[in-house]
Ligand binder design. Structure first.
Ligand SMILES: Nc1ncnc2c1ncn2[C@@H]1O[C@H](COP(=O)(O)OP(=O)(O)OP(=O)(O)O)[C@@H](O)[C@H]1O
Ligand SMILES: [Mg+2]
Length: 228
């Protein structure tokens, strides 16, 4: 299988003062079409790692290769294009643009990608709203949705472009156990149907155990890497 994400000797120092050294010599490769989780205590570096994988932040040392592209050598707009085309994000804290409706939030990355949403995209959006059980809030502004509804709309947004990679940081943190289970079933479904690579940060061991690979980070280092 092809490597869709490869990190080689990645270090991250948040510049201070004081400097904070958060990631140490991370070597990590994810295969195309794989379904993975990242676990670790609060503050261990999971979100930092996700931001670097997603090319939203740059490492202080080392290489990040996404879909065969050495990201360090890419121009800013080429990097943005790679990101928009290849990666769907579900962020830990920042969900939706509050003044915009659910559907406008969902279509935002598509619009940023420079394509007018055609009928196929609108139908896919409808399908996802149904699948995620939030069809009723499609035209509501984010400010008038519950936290769990916002989170599910954010998940729809991450999937709208059918990206090759989905990076999800605690994607079900605001959901009850039923909606959490449903969300993971949908992720699996999309993983199998489209060969989408998933990297999911979770603090929930039971969820992690349903993925094919668990990577554990402790104090900025990989301490465990188990594949089924
Ligand atoms: N912008 C920043 N500047 C300086 N330090 C930061 C910054 N962002 C994160 N840190 C520090 O880096 C370490 C790792 O943070 P990170 O957000 O990656 O942890 P995490 O594993 O995602 O934690 P959580 O499970 O609580 O979300 C923490 O000690 C944090 O305080
Ligand atoms: Mg985090």
């Amino acid at each position: 299988m092809a490597e869709i994400i490869a990190l080689r000797q990645v270090d991250k120092v948040y510049k201070g003062p004081p400097d904070v050294h958060v990631l140490f010599g991370i070597d990590l490769v994810f295969e195309e079409g794989s379904f993975n989780s990242i676990v670790g205590e609060s503050g261990s570096g999971k979100s930092t790692l996700m931001n670097i994988i997603g090319t939203l932040d740059t490492p202080s040392a080392g290489e990040v290769v996404i879909a065969g592209k050495y990201t360090r050598t890419l121009r800013r707009d080429d990097l943005a294009e790679l990101r928009n085309r290849t990666i769907g994000f579900v962020f830990q804290f920042h969900y939706l643009l509050p003044e915009f409706s659910a559907i406008d939030n969902v279509l935002m990355p598509h619009v940023i990608g420079g394509k007018r949403p055609g009928r196929e995209v609108l139908e896919w959006a409808d399908e996802l709203f149904e699948l995620m059980g939030v069809a009723a809030v499609k035209h509501k502004p984010a400010t008038r949705m519950s936290g769990g509804q916002q989170q599910r709309v954010a998940i729809i947004r991450s999937l709208i472009n059918k990206p090759g990679i989905v990076l999800a940081d605690e994607p079900t943190g605001n959901l009850d156990s039923t909606n959490t289970a449903t969300t993971y079933e949908r992720f699996r479904d999309i993983n199998q149907r489209y060969g989408t690579t998933f990297v999911i940060v979770t603090h929930d061991r039971r969820i992690a155990e349903q993925t094919d690979r668990i990577v554990e980070i402790r104090d900025g280092r990989i301490v465990l890497d188990i594949s089924k």
